[in-house]
Design a binder for this molecule. Sequence first.
Ligand code: HEM
Length: 116
Amino acid sequence: MEILRSIVVLIHLVGFATIFGAWIVEAVGKRRVTRLMHWGLAIALVAGLALSAPWGLAHDLNYMKIGIKLVVLILIGGLLGAGAARERKSGAVPAGIFWAIGGLTLLNAGLAVIWR
Ligand code: HEM
């Protein structure tokens, strides 16, 4: 059970690496919203929800933190959608939307590792 949960944590981290890595590539490139960012977010969401289930852990889960991470993830999803729509219309993602996507992604990773 513990090994299975560790594998789900690894998948969750792959989701984080995918969205943040794709964002870094764009931050030093054309500053677009890409499909990889959407995929990374979807992977992080599915694995995050699975990790939030009671796994018979010795320690309690911090549901306040998990709830905030879920809200932040929904915000990131909204920004990805809005950014992609604006890009289709005007050819560019507004700077505020682009930087907020990376900032909020980093915020969620920070919440995960700093707030125990
Ligand atoms: C962009 C979105 C997200 C990012 C960047 C992110 C990042 C991370 C990272 C880096 C960890 C590993 C922390 C560690 O084990 O030290 C983690 C763990 C975890 N995340 Fe996320 N996460 C995100 C979204 C979510 C969502 C939406 C949920 C749940 C609804 C969630 C639930 C969890 C849980 C339950 C753990 C394991 C905590 C534990 O074992 O104590 N995450 N997350």
